[in-house]
Design a protein around this ligand. Structure first.
Ligand code: DUC
Ligand code: ZN
Ligand code: ZN
Length: 463
């Protein structure tokens, strides 16, 4: 199968050029002017960008959590990804009590088998950190191709500082990376007790129980541990300007700390929790939405390189039936999480590039090249010869209004309902095969169930 994309503007993190792209099978074969090869399919990309597919490096596909499970499975979740121009995801893989990291990896791979429609990889999440499990890090990195490991500082499956130190040292030794959900557990516990005594239990108090300082404290503690062990860490879903300040100070001092933010923290704010009735539960996620004050610093953090990636924390629970299953009279029982994989690229283009907050190249950097580099997806993240042909032909002028009705995620709402978008994918390719296309007023999935592959990633030091 061959494909020739003509007359488009190729945009990579490092710059743009007008050129044609020729693809044979899975790979980009040639880039040049006026290519005139016979091809099975010829696409005229005049007036459009040719960008690498987005990589969502933070998803929770089918994750069991808070008495229920995140709703998208590897089929519905990756169909939605494809329709949003996301051509790879790196999904969290929760170790269960007593399980080895390898059992967790094999279990999740078996869930993906025959279903996944774009390529994916896994970050093992260490929740039962026995000494044997810490030793498994070497094999997970070198044999399984999963060099990033998630830990939580909150929830029942949180790890303590002693484990963190061991994990930081072990991962560094073999070219791995520790990813951290950073909030101070005891600050949260204190606030929860206070609000319980005062009877403040509506969704709004979910946000108030997890203040910015809880994130900033946890981030600063990790940074000290990274410095102490001379290792590296990655902060997931950084949400507040105070958290960002800690990262900035550390990076300025040359400490190896990386950080991601998410569209919800850039675009939505705490006022959402004041929606009538139980509507605020739609935004119950952790960390919570912050006040508007944090938004400009986060955009500037992306622009200036202090934040290296944008990912979604995609973790969908229906408003009717899941959000309201246990938590209508206590925010602590509302399943934490919201959908986002399908709206990632459109939101970052529309709110970021089209509103001049970040450049087009920066968008490609934080959605594609950055996650590919940090997480060792060596064949992804760039339109260049030899890379996988994961590409979006993107129409910067196409309008769309976000509405759950026209999206593909397996959930009954979008937190971004009603947001007007400028710029949508026209065509999406995963390893040279068309997987989604614009059709009148929405995206259609046109790919193949089960065609996605597990990506063995390379260690940090080899990229
Ligand atoms: N936060 C969420 O909102 N959902 C999944 C897990 C998490 O840390
Ligand atoms: Zn988290
Ligand atoms: Zn998450």
């Amino acid at each position: 199968m061959s494909l020739l994309i003509k007359n488009g503007q190729i945009v990579n993190a490092g710059g743009r050029q007008f050129a044609d792209v020729y693809i044979e099978g899975d790979k980009i074969k040639t880039i040049g002017s006026n290519l005139d090869y016979p091809a099975d399919e010829i696409v005229d990309a005049n007036g459009k960008y040719v960008i690498p597919g987005a990589i969502d490096s933070h998803t929770h596909i089918s994750m069991p959590f808070m008495g229920t499970s995140a709703q998208d499975d590897y089929y519905t979740g990756t169909v939605a990804a494809a329709c949003g121009g996301v051509t790879s995801l790196v999904d969290f893989d929760m170790q269960q009590k007593g399980e080895s990291l390898f059992e967790a990896i094999e279990r999740k791979k078996s869930w993906a088998e025959g279903k996944v429609v774009v390529d994916y990889s896994l970050h093992p999440a260490v929740t039962d950190p026995s000494p044997e499990v810490i030793e498994e890090v070497k094999q997970a990195i070198l044999e399984y191709g999963t060099p990033s490991f998630k830990v939580f500082m909150v929830y029942d499956f949180r790890v303590d500082d002693a484990v963190m130190i061991k994990l930081l040292k072990k991962t560094k030794q073999f070219g791995g990376l520790v990813q951290v959900h950073a909030e101070n557990f005891y600050f949260l516990q204190h606030m929860n007790e206070l609000f319980a005594r005062e009877g403040k239990l509506t969704p709004y108090y979910h946000a108030k129980s997890r203040p910015n300082i809880a994130e900033a404290e946890a981030i600063s503690r990790i940074i000290k541990m990274v410095e102490f062990t001379d290792s590296r860490a990655y902060i997931v879903h950084l949400s507040s300007m105070e958290g960002l300040e800690e990262v900035k100070k550390a990076r300025y001092r040359g400490i190896n700390v990386f950080a991601e933010t998410c569209p919800q923290y850039l675009i939505l704010d705490e006022e959402r929790y004041k929606a009538p009735g139980f509507e605020g539960a739609k935004y119950v996620m952790s960390p919570p939405l912050r006040t508007k004050e944090s938004q400009d610093p986060l955009w500037n953090g992306l622009r200036d390189g202090y934040l290296q990636t944008v990912a979604t924390d995609h973790c969908p629970f229906d408003f009717n039936g899941k959000k309201d299953m246990f938590g209508t009279d206590d925010y602590k029982n509302i399943p934490n999480g919201a959908p986002g994989i399908e709206t990632l690229l459109m939101l970052i283009h529309s709110e970021g590039v089209a509103k001049n907050r970040i450049s087009l190249e920066k968008m490609v950097e934080v959605l594609s090249a950055g996650p590919a580099k940090i997480f060792g997806l060596k064949d992804k993240g760039e339109i260049s010869v030899g890379k996988d042909a994961d590409m979006v032909i993107f129409d910067p002028d196409q309008k769309f209004t976000i509405t759950q009705r026209l999206l593909h995620m397996n959930i009954d709402y979008s937190p971004f309902e009603g947001v007007d978008i400028t710029g949508m994918p026209s065509l999406v390719y995963s390893r040279g095969k068309k997987v989604a296309e614009w059709n009148e007023n929405h995206m259609d999935f046109v790919g193949e169930k089960g065609r996605g592959r597990f990506i063995k990633r390379v260690p940090f030091e080899s990229i």
